[in-house]
Ligand binder design. Structure first.
Ligand SMILES: [Zn+2]
Ligand SMILES: [Zn+2]
Length: 347
């Protein structure tokens, strides 16, 4: 086994603290990565505090991992020592179900192996995430990272980037489309950059008027304060596509009213309780309400390559790992622009 160190939540109620554990030996198809940066996703906080239940403790969170390959197994073809690499939200899947066969491993029908707070496909061995110095993964579940972007700003692409990229691509968003992004946080700020880069005319809908300048700087063309009933009314029937990045309670019917005929609203944020949708928010105008979850390996690679080519990366605040608990508290208050990223050299 390989000795590893990181930060873990020992229990749901305790703050994260230094933790020593082991990674598996590098198998024939594995790579070992020295982790350089790990993004801090909102779901890290939910899981570390066991707000979604069934948490496995001690828990080492982190699924926005970038680093450098330090060892490769005998049969590894994709990587060599010294290459840059990334790991997203899962590290394995069944590889045989229809979803896996189609490269949609995130929807693996027996359940993929989460990067942390889950188990390997043996359903016994717990997985530990990226708030650590090293990780061993199968090369097929490891992404190639181009050297031209700052690595700290690349890390959040592995979750926030792909979560917003996948629906934009699946619903073929591009030139000539009116797109609204609801909520300007970790997900929303990537959605604005990507949708604008794909050629769409982007409007940010946010509860806080103070975010207007940022929205425009990120590439949005318009900004609407969603608390302003008159301003929202003026947007009715305007959008081909709405990406809803909000994970707090909000009225979906209000946003559905902004769609054009045949428009689609996709949820990527996860509010804590069910939201009521009136049939008449959908029927007149043949509207679609859908959801989307991260992306498969092939699509994640496509997104990383696109971002490298178009010089797109996340806006981040780099922190030392000892400050992770403070970062969680600040994240709860949306006090971050737009993603915390841990510099693993501080471990
Ligand atoms: Zn995430
Ligand atoms: Zn599968």
């Amino acid at each position: 086994m390989i000795a590893a160190k990181g930060y873990a939540a020992p229990t749901p109620s305790a703050p994260l603290a230094p933790f020593s554990f082991e990674r598996r030996e590098v198998g024939p198809h594995d790579v070992q990565i020295e982790i350089l940066y790990c993004g801090v996703c909102h779901s890290d906080l939910h899981q570390a505090r066991n707000e979604w239940g069934a948490g496995i403790f001690p828990m080492v969170p982190g699924h926005e991992i970038v680093g450098r390959i330090v060892k490769v197994g005998d049969h590894v073809k994709k990587f060599k020592v010294g290459d840059l690499a990334g790991i997203g939200c899962f590290v394995d899947s069944c590889r045989t179900c229809p979803s896996c066969q189609e490269g949609l491993e995130q929807y693996c029908e027996v359940g993929s192996a989460s990067t942390y707070n889950g188990t390997e496909m043996d359903r016994k061995t717990p997985t530990y995430g990226g708030y650590s110095n090293t990780i061993v993964t199968d090369e097929n579940y490891t992404l190639k990272v181009a050297p031209n972007l700052p690595l700290d700003r690349v890390a959040p692409l592995l979750c926030a980037g792909i979560t917003t990229w996948s629906p934009l691509r699946h619903w073929k968003v591009g030139k000539g489309h009116q797109v609204a992004i609801v909520g300007l946080g970790g997900l929303g700020h990537m959605a604005v950059k990507l949708a604008a880069s794909l050629g769409a005319e982007v409007t940010v809908l946010s509860t806080s008027a103070s975010k207007e300048k940022d929205a425009m700087d990120l590439g949005a063309h318009h900004f609407v304060v969603s608390k302003d009933a008159e301003a929202m009314k003026a947007q009715r029937g305007r959008f081909d596509f709405i990406l809803d990045c909000v994970s707090a309670q909000h009225d979906l019917n209000l946003y559905l009213s902004l769609l054009k005929r045949d428009g689609t609203m996709v949820m990527v944020g996860a509010p804590p309780a069910p939201e009521a949708v009136h049939a008449f928010s959908l029927i007149p105008g043949r509207k679609t309400l859908a959801g989307s979850m991260i992306g498969g390996i092939k699509e994640t690679q496509e997104m990383l390559d696109y971002c490298a080519e178009h010089n797109i990366a996340s806006d981040v605040e780099v922190i030392a790992i000892k400050d992770i608990n403070t970062a969680y508290d600040r994240m709860l208050k949306s006090d971050v622009k737009y993603r915390f990223v841990i510099d693993m050299a501080t471990l």
